[in-house]
Design a protein around this ligand. Sequence first.
Ligand SMILES: NC(=O)c1ccc[n+]([C@@H]2O[C@H](COP(=O)([O-])OP(=O)(O)OC[C@H]3O[C@@H](n4cnc5c(N)ncnc54)[C@H](O)[C@@H]3O)[C@@H](O)[C@H]2O)c1
Length: 288
Amino acid sequence: MKIDDIKTVGVVGAGSMGAGIAQAAAQSGLQVKVVDVSDAVWGRARKTIAKSLERLASKEKITEAQMKEALDAISFSTDVGTLAGVPFIFEAVFEDIGVKKELFAKLDAICGDDVVYASNTSSIAITEMASLVKRPARFVGMHFFNPVPMMRLVEVIPAMQTEKATVDLALAMAAKLGKTPITCKDTPGFVVNRLLIPYMLDAVRLLEAGVASAQDIDTAMKLGAGMPMGPFELMDFTGVEISHLVGEIFHGYTKEARFASPGLLRNMVSAGYLGRKTGKGFYEYPAK
Ligand SMILES: NC(=O)c1ccc[n+]([C@@H]2O[C@H](COP(=O)([O-])OP(=O)(O)OC[C@H]3O[C@@H](n4cnc5c(N)ncnc54)[C@H](O)[C@@H]3O)[C@@H](O)[C@H]2O)c1
Protein backbone atom coordinates (compact mmCIF):
# COMPACT_ATOMS: atom_id res chain seq x y z
CA MET A 1 0.00 0.00 0.00
CA LYS A 2 1.29 3.47 -0.97
CA ILE A 3 0.34 6.75 0.67
CA ASP A 4 -1.62 7.83 -2.41
CA ASP A 5 -3.78 4.69 -2.15
CA ILE A 6 -5.07 5.95 1.19
CA LYS A 7 -8.15 8.12 0.78
CA THR A 8 -9.76 7.52 4.18
CA VAL A 9 -8.28 7.28 7.67
CA GLY A 10 -9.80 6.34 11.01
CA VAL A 11 -9.22 8.17 14.31
CA VAL A 12 -10.27 6.45 17.54
CA GLY A 13 -10.60 8.82 20.48
CA ALA A 14 -11.84 12.35 19.88
CA GLY A 15 -10.13 14.06 22.83
CA SER A 16 -7.49 16.79 22.53
CA MET A 17 -5.23 14.69 20.33
CA GLY A 18 -7.78 12.75 18.27
CA ALA A 19 -9.66 15.93 17.34
CA GLY A 20 -6.40 17.57 16.25
CA ILE A 21 -5.31 14.56 14.19
CA ALA A 22 -8.77 14.39 12.55
CA GLN A 23 -8.51 18.09 11.64
CA ALA A 24 -5.00 17.73 10.19
CA ALA A 25 -6.07 14.68 8.15
CA ALA A 26 -9.20 16.41 6.84
CA GLN A 27 -7.19 19.51 5.88
CA SER A 28 -4.83 17.31 3.89
CA GLY A 29 -7.70 16.08 1.73
CA LEU A 30 -8.42 12.77 3.46
CA GLN A 31 -11.85 11.50 4.47
CA VAL A 32 -11.79 10.96 8.23
CA LYS A 33 -13.91 8.55 10.25
CA VAL A 34 -13.79 9.40 13.95
CA VAL A 35 -14.93 7.00 16.69
CA ASP A 36 -15.41 7.84 20.36
CA VAL A 37 -17.61 6.49 23.13
CA SER A 38 -20.30 9.17 23.18
CA ASP A 39 -21.99 11.75 21.01
CA ALA A 40 -21.33 14.38 23.69
CA VAL A 41 -17.55 13.93 23.26
CA TRP A 42 -17.98 14.33 19.53
CA GLY A 43 -20.06 17.49 20.03
CA ARG A 44 -17.14 19.03 21.93
CA ALA A 45 -14.53 17.80 19.45
CA ARG A 46 -16.48 19.11 16.46
CA LYS A 47 -16.77 22.54 18.10
CA THR A 48 -13.01 22.61 18.75
CA ILE A 49 -12.25 21.62 15.16
CA ALA A 50 -14.73 24.16 13.74
CA LYS A 51 -13.26 26.95 15.91
CA SER A 52 -9.71 26.06 14.91
CA LEU A 53 -10.64 26.05 11.19
CA GLU A 54 -12.53 29.35 11.58
CA ARG A 55 -9.43 30.90 13.15
CA LEU A 56 -7.33 29.74 10.19
CA ALA A 57 -9.91 31.13 7.75
CA SER A 58 -10.05 34.48 9.58
CA LYS A 59 -6.24 34.73 9.27
CA GLU A 60 -6.62 33.84 5.56
CA LYS A 61 -4.46 30.71 5.98
CA ILE A 62 -7.29 28.69 4.43
CA THR A 63 -10.30 29.78 2.37
CA GLU A 64 -13.92 29.56 3.54
CA ALA A 65 -14.40 26.75 0.99
CA GLN A 66 -11.43 24.79 2.39
CA MET A 67 -12.81 25.25 5.90
CA LYS A 68 -16.17 23.80 4.88
CA GLU A 69 -14.56 20.98 2.89
CA ALA A 70 -12.43 19.95 5.88
CA LEU A 71 -15.42 19.92 8.23
CA ASP A 72 -17.52 17.95 5.73
CA ALA A 73 -14.72 15.38 5.34
CA ILE A 74 -15.04 14.29 8.98
CA SER A 75 -17.75 11.84 9.99
CA PHE A 76 -18.37 10.47 13.46
CA SER A 77 -19.69 7.31 15.06
CA THR A 78 -19.69 5.55 18.43
CA ASP A 79 -19.38 2.23 16.56
CA VAL A 80 -15.86 0.88 15.92
CA GLY A 81 -17.46 -1.25 13.17
CA THR A 82 -17.57 1.85 10.93
CA LEU A 83 -13.78 1.49 10.56
CA ALA A 84 -14.02 -1.84 8.69
CA GLY A 85 -12.11 -1.44 5.43
CA VAL A 86 -10.29 1.75 6.52
CA PRO A 87 -6.59 1.20 5.67
CA PHE A 88 -4.91 3.49 8.25
CA ILE A 89 -6.17 4.00 11.81
CA PHE A 90 -4.83 6.49 14.37
CA GLU A 91 -5.36 5.45 17.99
CA ALA A 92 -5.77 8.33 20.47
CA VAL A 93 -7.83 6.86 23.34
CA PHE A 94 -7.05 7.19 27.06
CA GLU A 95 -3.47 6.46 28.11
CA ASP A 96 -4.42 3.11 29.63
CA ILE A 97 -3.07 -0.18 28.31
CA GLY A 98 -6.31 -1.99 29.27
CA VAL A 99 -8.46 0.44 27.26
CA LYS A 100 -6.08 0.24 24.30
CA LYS A 101 -5.96 -3.57 24.44
CA GLU A 102 -9.75 -3.84 24.36
CA LEU A 103 -9.93 -1.42 21.46
CA PHE A 104 -7.33 -3.26 19.35
CA ALA A 105 -9.15 -6.56 19.92
CA LYS A 106 -12.30 -4.96 18.49
CA LEU A 107 -10.37 -3.46 15.57
CA ASP A 108 -8.59 -6.75 14.83
CA ALA A 109 -11.96 -8.45 14.56
CA ILE A 110 -13.14 -6.13 11.77
CA CYS A 111 -10.03 -4.82 9.98
CA GLY A 112 -8.24 -6.33 6.98
CA ASP A 113 -4.71 -7.77 7.01
CA ASP A 114 -3.19 -4.65 5.47
CA VAL A 115 -4.48 -2.12 8.01
CA VAL A 116 -1.90 0.07 9.76
CA TYR A 117 -2.46 1.01 13.40
CA ALA A 118 -0.66 4.21 14.45
CA SER A 119 -0.74 4.80 18.19
CA ASN A 120 -0.33 8.26 19.65
CA THR A 121 0.69 6.95 23.08
CA SER A 122 3.12 9.13 25.05
CA SER A 123 4.26 6.64 27.64
CA ILE A 124 3.34 3.05 26.79
CA ALA A 125 6.02 1.03 24.98
CA ILE A 126 5.14 0.64 21.28
CA THR A 127 6.56 -2.91 21.24
CA GLU A 128 4.29 -3.87 24.14
CA MET A 129 1.28 -2.50 22.26
CA ALA A 130 2.28 -4.13 18.96
CA SER A 131 2.38 -7.47 20.75
CA LEU A 132 -1.35 -7.08 21.49
CA VAL A 133 -2.46 -7.04 17.85
CA LYS A 134 -2.82 -9.72 15.20
CA ARG A 135 -0.28 -8.17 12.83
CA PRO A 136 2.47 -6.47 14.88
CA ALA A 137 4.41 -5.72 11.66
CA ARG A 138 1.66 -3.22 10.77
CA PHE A 139 1.82 -1.42 14.13
CA VAL A 140 3.74 1.83 14.64
CA GLY A 141 3.92 4.74 17.06
CA MET A 142 3.06 8.18 15.69
CA HIS A 143 3.47 10.65 18.52
CA PHE A 144 1.85 14.01 17.74
CA PHE A 145 2.11 17.13 19.91
CA ASN A 146 -0.58 19.27 21.46
CA PRO A 147 -2.19 21.33 19.92
CA VAL A 148 -1.88 19.15 16.80
CA PRO A 149 -2.93 21.81 14.26
CA MET A 150 -0.10 24.10 15.49
CA MET A 151 2.69 21.65 16.33
CA ARG A 152 4.65 20.45 13.33
CA LEU A 153 6.56 17.50 14.77
CA VAL A 154 5.58 13.83 14.68
CA GLU A 155 7.84 11.22 16.26
CA VAL A 156 7.57 7.95 14.32
CA ILE A 157 8.47 4.97 16.50
CA PRO A 158 8.76 1.46 15.08
CA ALA A 159 8.08 -1.39 17.47
CA MET A 160 10.61 -4.20 17.47
CA GLN A 161 8.20 -6.10 15.18
CA THR A 162 7.32 -3.23 12.77
CA GLU A 163 8.20 -3.83 9.10
CA LYS A 164 9.95 -1.14 7.04
CA ALA A 165 6.95 -0.65 4.74
CA THR A 166 4.84 0.37 7.75
CA VAL A 167 7.47 2.87 8.92
CA ASP A 168 7.70 4.33 5.41
CA LEU A 169 3.93 4.67 5.29
CA ALA A 170 3.86 6.39 8.69
CA LEU A 171 6.57 8.84 7.56
CA ALA A 172 4.63 9.56 4.37
CA MET A 173 1.40 9.97 6.36
CA ALA A 174 3.05 12.50 8.70
CA ALA A 175 4.28 14.48 5.69
CA LYS A 176 0.83 14.31 4.08
CA LEU A 177 -0.62 15.81 7.26
CA GLY A 178 1.80 18.73 6.90
CA LYS A 179 4.08 17.57 9.71
CA THR A 180 7.81 16.97 9.91
CA PRO A 181 8.52 13.43 11.07
CA ILE A 182 11.55 12.12 12.88
CA THR A 183 12.15 8.45 13.66
CA CYS A 184 13.34 7.18 16.98
CA LYS A 185 13.72 3.98 18.93
CA ASP A 186 11.04 2.65 21.23
CA THR A 187 12.39 4.04 24.49
CA PRO A 188 10.56 5.89 27.30
CA GLY A 189 9.82 9.46 26.25
CA PHE A 190 11.02 8.96 22.68
CA VAL A 191 13.09 12.12 21.99
CA VAL A 192 11.08 15.16 23.06
CA ASN A 193 9.72 13.95 26.40
CA ARG A 194 12.93 12.13 27.25
CA LEU A 195 14.64 15.52 27.28
CA LEU A 196 11.71 17.69 28.34
CA ILE A 197 10.39 15.74 31.36
CA PRO A 198 13.72 15.64 33.28
CA TYR A 199 14.19 19.34 32.40
CA MET A 200 10.83 20.23 33.98
CA LEU A 201 11.42 17.97 36.98
CA ASP A 202 14.85 19.57 37.49
CA ALA A 203 13.21 23.01 37.44
CA VAL A 204 10.95 21.84 40.31
CA ARG A 205 14.04 20.56 42.16
CA LEU A 206 15.67 24.00 41.80
CA LEU A 207 12.53 25.59 43.22
CA GLU A 208 12.40 23.06 46.08
CA ALA A 209 16.05 23.80 46.90
CA GLY A 210 15.26 27.53 47.06
CA VAL A 211 17.74 28.37 44.31
CA ALA A 212 15.32 30.85 42.69
CA SER A 213 11.59 31.61 42.47
CA ALA A 214 9.39 29.99 39.80
CA GLN A 215 9.08 33.37 38.12
CA ASP A 216 12.85 33.94 38.07
CA ILE A 217 13.54 30.42 36.74
CA ASP A 218 10.95 31.01 33.98
CA THR A 219 12.50 34.39 33.14
CA ALA A 220 15.97 32.83 33.10
CA MET A 221 14.99 30.08 30.66
CA LYS A 222 13.06 32.45 28.38
CA LEU A 223 15.65 35.22 28.22
CA GLY A 224 18.77 33.13 28.72
CA ALA A 225 17.96 29.98 26.76
CA GLY A 226 15.44 31.31 24.24
CA MET A 227 12.59 29.08 25.44
CA PRO A 228 9.15 30.41 24.37
CA MET A 229 7.77 29.50 27.82
CA GLY A 230 9.52 28.87 31.12
CA PRO A 231 9.25 25.37 32.66
CA PHE A 232 6.64 26.44 35.26
CA GLU A 233 4.52 28.26 32.71
CA LEU A 234 4.72 25.15 30.54
CA MET A 235 3.71 22.77 33.37
CA ASP A 236 0.78 25.03 34.32
CA PHE A 237 -0.26 25.08 30.65
CA THR A 238 -0.06 21.32 30.02
CA GLY A 239 -1.28 20.25 33.48
CA VAL A 240 1.02 19.82 36.48
CA GLU A 241 -0.13 16.21 36.88
CA ILE A 242 1.15 15.28 33.40
CA SER A 243 4.81 15.96 34.29
CA HIS A 244 4.34 14.06 37.56
CA LEU A 245 2.58 11.03 36.05
CA VAL A 246 4.73 10.76 32.94
CA GLY A 247 7.90 11.15 35.02
CA GLU A 248 6.75 8.35 37.32
CA ILE A 249 5.95 6.06 34.37
CA PHE A 250 9.36 6.67 32.79
CA HIS A 251 10.98 6.16 36.19
CA GLY A 252 9.18 2.82 36.45
CA TYR A 253 10.64 1.73 33.09
CA THR A 254 14.17 3.10 33.51
CA LYS A 255 14.75 3.44 37.30
CA GLU A 256 16.74 6.59 36.40
CA ALA A 257 16.56 9.15 39.23
CA ARG A 258 16.18 12.05 36.79
CA PHE A 259 12.65 10.82 35.93
CA ALA A 260 11.50 10.54 39.57
CA SER A 261 8.85 13.12 40.44
CA PRO A 262 9.98 15.53 43.21
CA GLY A 263 7.94 15.78 46.42
CA LEU A 264 6.70 19.28 45.64
CA LEU A 265 5.15 18.10 42.37
CA ARG A 266 3.53 15.09 44.05
CA ASN A 267 2.03 17.34 46.74
CA MET A 268 0.74 19.84 44.20
CA VAL A 269 -1.07 17.02 42.39
CA SER A 270 -2.58 15.79 45.71
CA ALA A 271 -3.72 19.35 46.48
CA GLY A 272 -5.32 19.70 43.06
CA TYR A 273 -2.99 22.53 42.02
CA LEU A 274 -2.90 21.35 38.42
CA GLY A 275 -2.25 24.64 36.66
CA ARG A 276 -4.43 26.80 34.43
CA LYS A 277 -7.33 24.36 34.35
CA THR A 278 -7.80 24.46 38.15
CA GLY A 279 -7.02 28.17 38.57
CA LYS A 280 -3.82 27.43 40.51
CA GLY A 281 -0.55 25.71 39.77
CA PHE A 282 2.86 27.31 40.11
CA TYR A 283 1.00 30.57 39.38
CA GLU A 284 -2.56 31.70 40.15
CA TYR A 285 -5.17 32.19 37.44
CA PRO A 286 -8.10 34.14 38.87
CA ALA A 287 -11.41 33.42 37.08
CA LYS A 288 -12.14 36.14 34.51
N1 LIG B 1 -2.59 15.49 25.60
C1 LIG B 1 -1.34 15.52 25.14
O1 LIG B 1 -0.61 16.52 25.28
C2 LIG B 1 -0.79 14.33 24.39
C3 LIG B 1 0.32 14.53 23.54
C4 LIG B 1 0.79 13.44 22.79
C5 LIG B 1 0.19 12.19 22.92
N2 LIG B 1 -0.87 12.04 23.77
C6 LIG B 1 -1.49 10.70 23.82
O2 LIG B 1 -2.67 10.73 23.04
C7 LIG B 1 -3.63 9.82 23.58
C8 LIG B 1 -4.91 10.58 23.86
O3 LIG B 1 -4.63 11.65 24.72
P1 LIG B 1 -5.62 12.90 24.87
O4 LIG B 1 -4.88 13.93 25.64
O5 LIG B 1 -6.24 13.25 23.56
O6 LIG B 1 -6.73 12.25 25.82
P2 LIG B 1 -8.22 12.72 26.08
O7 LIG B 1 -8.59 12.21 27.43
O8 LIG B 1 -8.37 14.18 25.77
O9 LIG B 1 -9.04 11.90 24.96
C9 LIG B 1 -9.16 10.51 24.94
C10 LIG B 1 -10.46 10.18 24.26
O10 LIG B 1 -10.54 8.77 24.07
C11 LIG B 1 -11.89 8.39 24.22
N3 LIG B 1 -11.96 6.96 24.48
C12 LIG B 1 -11.62 6.29 25.59
N4 LIG B 1 -11.81 4.97 25.42
C13 LIG B 1 -12.30 4.81 24.17
C14 LIG B 1 -12.68 3.68 23.39
N5 LIG B 1 -12.62 2.45 23.87
N6 LIG B 1 -13.13 3.89 22.13
C15 LIG B 1 -13.19 5.15 21.62
N7 LIG B 1 -12.83 6.24 22.31
C16 LIG B 1 -12.39 6.08 23.56
C17 LIG B 1 -12.39 9.26 25.36
O11 LIG B 1 -13.81 9.35 25.38
C18 LIG B 1 -11.71 10.59 25.06
O12 LIG B 1 -12.52 11.43 24.27
C19 LIG B 1 -2.98 9.19 24.83
O13 LIG B 1 -2.41 7.98 24.46
C20 LIG B 1 -1.90 10.23 25.19
O14 LIG B 1 -0.80 9.63 25.85
C21 LIG B 1 -1.38 13.07 24.50
